[in-house]
Write a protein that binds this ligand. Structure first.
Ligand SMILES: [Zn+2]
Length: 282
């Protein structure tokens, strides 16, 4: 019943939505279906983030229209959260408006290699020491917290608001799934610890959390615990020779059974940890 009610509520959601983050002067979330992106409005222009336009150019033109409803200032920057196309494809309309694109340097090398026609190559990159964008009195810090869900994830931090925008490696209240495939599970744990050591109170995720709530350090702690428990569980199975099968089929973490994505995510979590502990691919 609960699941049916939840999916009915989701079906009734508008396709896109722009929300000002409570308690801030200028921080917004643009959601399109199940992806979302942060943008910040200043007197000197706008800092946008992920275009979220993979195979749906209307998500990007809508994003720009939504920004224009809030301000007539130019969109100066687009910052990519990490290299995955479902978050960063489709940025050409931002480029056409003159925006400068920022990303971690690993995003640029991946894009240069694969030449996806719909994904704009970053104009400027930051390395592992991160960087800062200052615009119209707003400071946006770009932190690299190591490899996690990807090798190119930036944590965007707004120090005044104690808000971070971090995509995919700190899901809010949902179970990891197919996107485990190209993750770095051991370093991911270290990365979460690093981010927990930063000064922030609220996390904007790249996919809406339950009821659209923002994340907290408690959510980050829970994801860390989940990864550690999954890792330990599969490690035992791997050393008993149970990877890939039957580990992938038998793996459960009953404590998380109520989390969205649990049933469908289990085999992907098991597969990634089998690659780690049963195969040796860290
Ligand atoms: Zn991703």
């Amino acid at each position: 019943m609960l699941a049916a009610a939840t999916s009915a509520a989701q079906a009734q959601r508008p396709q896109f939505q722009t929300t000002k983050v409570d308690g801030t002067d200028n921080v917004y979330i643009y959601r399109y279906v199940n992806h979302q992106s942060m943008f910040v409005v200043t007197p000197d222009g706008v800092i946008a983030t992920d275009p979220i336009g993979l195979a749906r150019p209307q998500a990007v033109t809508t994003y720009i229209d939504e920004i224009k409803k809030v301000t007539d200032k130019p969109i100066k920057y687009v910052v990519y959260s990490h290299h995955h196309y479902d978050h960063i494809a489709g940025g050409k309309p931002f480029k056409a408006l003159g925006a400068t694109f920022y990303a971690h340097e690993n995003v640029k090398s991946r894009l240069a290699l694969l030449k996806d026609p719909d994904t704009v190559i970053p104009d400027r990159t930051v390395g592992n020491n991160g960087g800062v964008i200052n615009l119209g009195g707003t400071r946006l810090e770009l932190h690299y917290a190591g490899r996690n869900h990807s090798d190119s994830s930036l944590v965007m931090r707004l120090p005044k608001d104690k808000i971070i925008f971090a995509v995919d490696f700190l899901p809010v209240g949902s179970f990891p799934g197919v996107a485990m495939v190209d993750s770095y599970p051991l370093e991911w744990e270290d990365s979460i610890k690093k981010v927990m050591g930063m000064d922030w109170a609220r996390l904007i995720p790249g996919h809406p959390g339950p009821g659209d709530r923002l994340g907290t350090k408690e959510d980050a702690q829970k994801i860390l615990a989940l990864l550690q428990e999954a890792s330990a569980e599969v490690k035992t199975a791997a050393r008993e020779g149970k990877c890939w099968q039957p580990a992938e089929k038998d793996f459960t973490l009953p404590k998380y059974a109520s989390w969205p994505g649990y049933e469908s995510g289990l085999p992907f979590v098991a597969r990634r940890y089998c690659a780690l502990w049963g195969r040796g691919t860290e």
